[in-house]
Design a protein around this ligand. Structure first.
Ligand code: R2B
Ligand code: URA
Length: 312
């Protein structure tokens, strides 16, 4: 079985680290339009534009990912001509935003599994068309903590669905297909080790992340438009999650883990908690505090990238 697994894993990449698409149809197409990125394999020279990418960082909002692009630009000392700005490469898709800062792509993914799945299909194909070698993917995001203070950074060990199973189940041609919500263990450990090198006034931990299809009832909140359970029932559910080893809840990690794993791409999910779900449901921290918290996953990933580039 191990040999079979190893073989399956091997076929996902060529020996130079470029991605081997698990789709025989793409090669027979005249052109592949990456519709939601506003890019195409014939309309754009994707190799020229993207072949030097090493890190793909995705996160929920266009604004946060624009800020990350400028932040990483400063951190890796990447220069653009003075008086110029970074360009939103996907601006005419009116769906996602994408910025390129040297070897780092910074892309917004919207909210929820459908949105991040569409993006990942196209970004994985982009890596293939551009002949990118061994890219590493990060999701830098936000989440709710389970018995964990707001402002804590959590690195996902594995992503679980709402039934606490470690796979994503999707329906393909009317049949159920399961893909494991696996993330790169070594990358998770490296990120944890890096977090311990600095003396930040907040904790960075790792744990299991439950990924849901809804922010309100799907995460057991009492403050949605609908709620058919009591506070006691909610709390007993949250305690059950904690006993199962769930440290946080968000809405994209499962598809992110399943699709990158299926493509043979090393990947990590780094999220900051906006609140402790043991204590409440509403996100109450002031805007400035939330903004500072949201920079914490970015800091950790930037430090990893700088190390990989030999800058520190
Ligand atoms: C975290 O925050 C969003 C919901 O507020 C969702 O995209 C997620 O995973
Ligand atoms: N994102 C989520 O999905 N849930 C939270 O509680 C906070 C952010």
């Amino acid at each position: 079985k191990l040999i079979r697994l190893a073989k399956t894993f091997k076929v996902q990449k060529y020996s130079n680290g470029t991605i081997k698409l698990r789709n025989p149809h793409i090669n027979f197409m005249d052109q592949d339009i990456l519709y939601h990125l506003a890019l195409g394999s014939e309309s754009h020279d994707l190799i020229e534009m993207f072949h030097d990418v090493k890190f793909v960082c995705i996160g929920g909002t266009p604004k946060r990912m624009e800020e990350f692009a400028y932040y990483i630009m400063k951190e890796i000392d990447y220069k653009i001509p003075s008086g110029t700005q970074l360009l939103d490469i996907s601006q005419f898709s009116y769906r996602y935003s994408m910025y390129k800062t040297g070897p780092v792509l910074s892309i917004s993914h919207g909210m929820g599994i459908p949105s991040v799945s569409i993006l990942l299909h196209e970004v994985i194909k982009l890596m293939y068309h551009a002949k990118v070698s061994d890219p590493i993917f990060f999701r830098i995001g936000t989440c709710g903590g389970i018995g964990i203070d707001g402002g804590t950074v959590i690195i996902t060990e594995e992503a679980l669905n709402s039934d606490l199973k470690s796979y994503q189940e999707l329906t393909v041609l009317g049949k159920k297909v399961r893909r494991p919500g696996k993330l790169d263990k070594r990358l998770c450990d490296e990120l944890l080790a890096i977090s311990r090198e600095t003396d930040e006034p907040y904790e960075t931990v790792s744990g299991k992340t439950m990924c849901t299809d809804d922010f309100y009832e799907g995460q057991g909140r009492l403050d949605g438009a609908f709620c058919d359970y009591s506070e006691k029932e909610k709390m007993s559910y949250i305690h059950h999650l904690q006993r199962t080893g769930v440290t946080n809840i968000e809405m994209e990690s499962l598809a992110f883990a399943a699709l990158t794993h299926h493509a043979g791409i090393r990947a990590a999910v780094v999220c900051v908690t906006l609140l402790d779900r043991m204590r409440g449901d509403q996100v109450l921290a002031p805007k400035e505090v939330l903004n500072e918290w949201q920079r914490r996953p970015q800091k950790l990933v930037a430090r990893y990238i700088k190390k990989q580039l030999g800058l520190i």
